[in-house]
Each structure stands twice: as structure tokens, then as C-alpha cells.
Design a protein around this ligand. Sequence first.
Ligand SMILES: Nc1nc2c(ncn2[C@@H]2O[C@H](COP(=O)(O)OP(=O)(O)OP(=O)(O)O)[C@@H](O)[C@H]2O)c(=O)[nH]1
Length: 201
Amino acid sequence: MASAVPGCDWRQIPVTTRFGTGSPTSTHEISGLERIQVAATHDELTGLDNRRHMITLLGEHITRRSRGGPGFAVALADIDFFKNVNDTHGHRVGDEALMTFAHLARAQLRSTDIVARWGGEEFLLLLPETNPPGDPHTAIERLRGALAAASASAHVPELRIAFSTGLTRYIDGEPIDDMIERADRALYAAKDAGRNRTVAA
Ligand SMILES: Nc1nc2c(ncn2[C@@H]2O[C@H](COP(=O)(O)OP(=O)(O)OP(=O)(O)O)[C@@H](O)[C@H]2O)c(=O)[nH]1
């Protein structure tokens, strides 16, 4: 897993610590430079990798693949009817729902998977081939089940969120944009088909 600072895996550092708002008992002290690097590569609300950093990570996976490394799939996940969450419960609850998605995605996906906030209420999952192989569909459905079972907001305990997903595999030699466009088209097919589902392309 890539890290801006050798020997330091940001994903192992609690989000609160990464952004300097952790309690004095936080186990990992980070320097000013590290703080700047984290801010440049991560989404402030969710603590996930940001879009720019995910593009770097995708590039690294493509390079590794071109040298005989494993292939990978990507899934573009978009929370369903998210505007309703904001309109009904307010932006703060909407923010909590985004954090819940981020937390459960990291908890439910494999340690080799990477989750980034792609924008707004959209997330990109990078799902490398593993040995033994894991089925990306299974991982995504596990996340879907966890979200269906969990409250999305401490302030609105009954709030549940669902999401639609466009899933595709990286095709050797293609530009990143082609892969993302394919995932995006699949995502919109999932929305058109009724939401709360995955369409593979
Ligand atoms: N609370 C909060 N809301 C956000 C954030 N970023 C984007 N949004 C909101 O996400 C909503 C996205 O709405 P739409 O694009 O209409 O999508 P949707 O309501 O989820 O509908 P479908 O995607 O078609 O199911 C908008 O209301 C945005 O304001 C954020 O960081 N926090």
C-alpha cells in the first residue's frame, strides 16, 4: 500500500490523529510536514484518500500490472438519494452519513482494497486481485449489508443509507480515464435500474 512517507501507513493512523484533532493520548505524533502531506492526499471529512491521491495510486497499480503484477477492479459507489438526507435532516447529518460510509467501507473491505472519496457522495473503491482471489461483488455486497444494518447518524438512529455501484476491471494498456468512464456508465445503469445494486461493465 502506497504511503507518502516511507514506513508510515496513513491508514493505520486514526483519522482524528491524522488531522491533529486527536486526544493528547493519541499514540502517533505527526510532524508539520506529515500533516501537510496528509492534508494534500486525504479528504478532510472522511479521512479517506482524496481523488488526486487515488489517481496516483491507480497509476501505481497500472505500472505494477504492466510489470506482471496483479490486475484489479474499480467500483464507483454513489450514495442513493443523498440530497434527501441533507434536505430532511440537515448537512451535519449528511456529513455523518458520509463518515459512516467511509468507516464501514474500510471495515468491510479487504486490507488490500483502497477506498477514496471521489467527490461529494461518490467513492472509488480500488479492489486488487488477491491470492486466493476475492470476489469484488462479494466485498461490495458485504458493505451493502453492513450499511443496511447500521445507523448512518448518531443524531438520527433510524437513518440508513444505500448506494449504487458501477464495477469494472482494468483492461491492460487502457488509460485510467477509459476505466473510470466505464465504471461511471455502469453506475448510472445501476441508478437507472432502481439503485441499491451493482452493475458490472
Ligand atoms: N452533507 C454533505 N452533503 C454533500 C457533500 N457533498 C455533496 N453533498 C450533497 O450530495 C447531494 C447529491 O445529490 P444528487 O447529486 O442529487 O444525488 P442523490 O440525491 O444522491 O440522488 P441519486 O444519486 O440519483 O440517488 C447534494 O445535495 C449535495 O449537496 C458533503 O460533503 N456533505
